[in-house]
Design a protein around this ligand. Structure first.
Ligand code: HEM
Length: 148
């Protein structure tokens, strides 16, 4: 992520946070339309969930250039997601719903450069979360005895 991309992400995130309730609603509506199989995983109140997602996105944007802090936060989040039943293949669906939401809110201000910057950020976030999930899942797998 270049400093220009970080600046672009911060600039484009401001209107999203300004309309965070609407953004959260649009996002989950789109996610459940395009990936109905994930809906049953969400047990909590969706307003509260939307609030948590927006504040976490804010935290990610706030520390995206401080990799040690970002990684610590994402490793924690990645471990929690194993417990929710989230699998690798779900991350792509969430990325599409997120980019779609940004486009709905930002309109023409969601330029190709902004899309590329957000895509890179999301892929970096998802990659740390998924790697942690893999480590967590293999650590939880019972040890087999008698085999090398
Ligand atoms: C960049 C990726 C993601 C971010 C930033 C993110 C963020 C969050 C946050 C902040 C929470 C609340 C955690 C808490 O209560 O402490 C959460 C919960 C959850 N997330 Fe994610 N998430 C991501 C990816 C995904 C994906 C790909 C799925 C798959 C469908 C998913 C499904 C869930 C579910 C099922 C919960 C629990 C909801 C409940 O308690 O009812 N998340 N997520």
């Amino acid at each position: 992520m270049t400093p220009e991309q970080a600046k672009l992400i911060k600039l484009s995130f401001a209107p999203i946070i300004g309309r965070k309730h609407e953004a959260g609603k649009i996002f989950y509506q789109r996610l459940f339309e395009t990936a109905p199989e994930v809906k049953p995983m969400f047990k909590a109140d969706m307003n509260a969930q939307s609030e948590k997602l927006m504040s976490t996105l804010g935290a990610i944007v706030g520390c995206m250039q401080d990799r040690p802090s970002l990684n610590a936060m994402l490793e924690n989040l990645g471990r929690k997601h194993v417990g929710y039943g989230v699998k690798d293949e779900h991350y792509g669906k969430l990325r599409a719903a997120l980019l779609w939401t940004l486009e709905q809110i930002l309109g023409d201000a969601f330029t190709d450069e902004a899309r590329r910057a957000w895509t890179e950020l999301y892929d970096m976030v998802a990659s740390v979360m998924r790697q942690t999930a893999h480590k967590t899942a293999s650590a939880e797998r019972p040890l087999r005895t008698g085999t090398l």
